[in-house]
Design a protein around this ligand. Structure first.
Ligand code: G3P
Length: 216
């Protein structure tokens, strides 16, 4: 499973890239507002750091506007993927952008039926939001499991990008189900490395190393 960072912070992308473990980035208007900089400038910088897919989200509500925004985003860099929402207009835009050779990530997906429509519209990626489903008392990962089953049944090549990830358990569950990608906030990425036994183990090895006789 690939790991993407869900961020519009260029610093976080840079730190993530330095680990050699991050292969893409997803952004959205909320993350762009947090970054507090021109969205296009941020996308350009991120695309120069990360060579894999970088998702840029449209804000129009009609297909025409989404296509226009998507075409403009696609000129920023070769690795831009255009995010459109799971609506009728979004699916019309997805079909049109895909026909133009522009990759689309269908976002705000909360059911396997929505993911089926995205795949049939030629989406390159689909983003089920697991955390937001958990927030309303549903089990977000169940939707990911259903999407995986539907896509496997019909050999859809649309990639399942698990989004709205809030903790390492979401990452593990996504990997167990066989999702293609989990996009994670930087804080969750950092948590993935950590284990108290690893820290304790390093401490003990260093203490014991001091006791090993060394030649002068
Ligand atoms: O990029 C979309 C997604 O990951 C949003 O996450 O935490 O705002 O539900 P969240």
């Amino acid at each position: 499973m690939e790991l993407f960072l869900d961020t519009a912070s260029v610093d976080e992308v840079r730190h993530g890239a330095e680990t050699g473990l991050i292969s893409g980035v997803t952004t959205n208007p909320t993350l762009a507002a947090k970054a507090g900089r021109d969205y296009n400038d941020v996308l350009k910088e991120i695309c120069s750091i990360i060579k894999g897919p970088v998702s840029a989200e449209t804000v129009s509500l009609d297909a025409e506007g989404m296509v226009k925004e998507g075409v403009a985003f696609s000129k920023i860099a070769k690795n831009i993927v255009v995010k459109v929402p799971m609506t009728v207009e979004g699916m019309r835009a997805c079909q049109r952008l895909t026909k133009k050779g522009i990759k689309v990530n269908v976002t705000l997906v909360f059911s396997a039926n929505q993911a089926l429509l995205a795949a049939k519209s030629g989406a390159f990626m689909v983003s089920p939001f697991v955390g937001r489903l958990d927030d309303i008392g549903k089990i977000g990962m169940e939707v990911v499991r259903e999407i995986k089953q539907v896509y496997d049944n019909y050999k859809f090549t649309t990639q399942i990008l698990v989004a709205s990830v809030r903790n390492p358990i979401h990452v593990l569950d996504a990997a167990k189900i066989g999702a293609d990608i989990a996009t994670v906030p930087y804080s969750v990425f950092e948590q993935l490395f950590k284990h108290t036994l690893t820290d304790a183990g390093i401490k003990k090895f260093l203490e014991d190393w001091e006791k090993v006789p060394k030649k002068k």
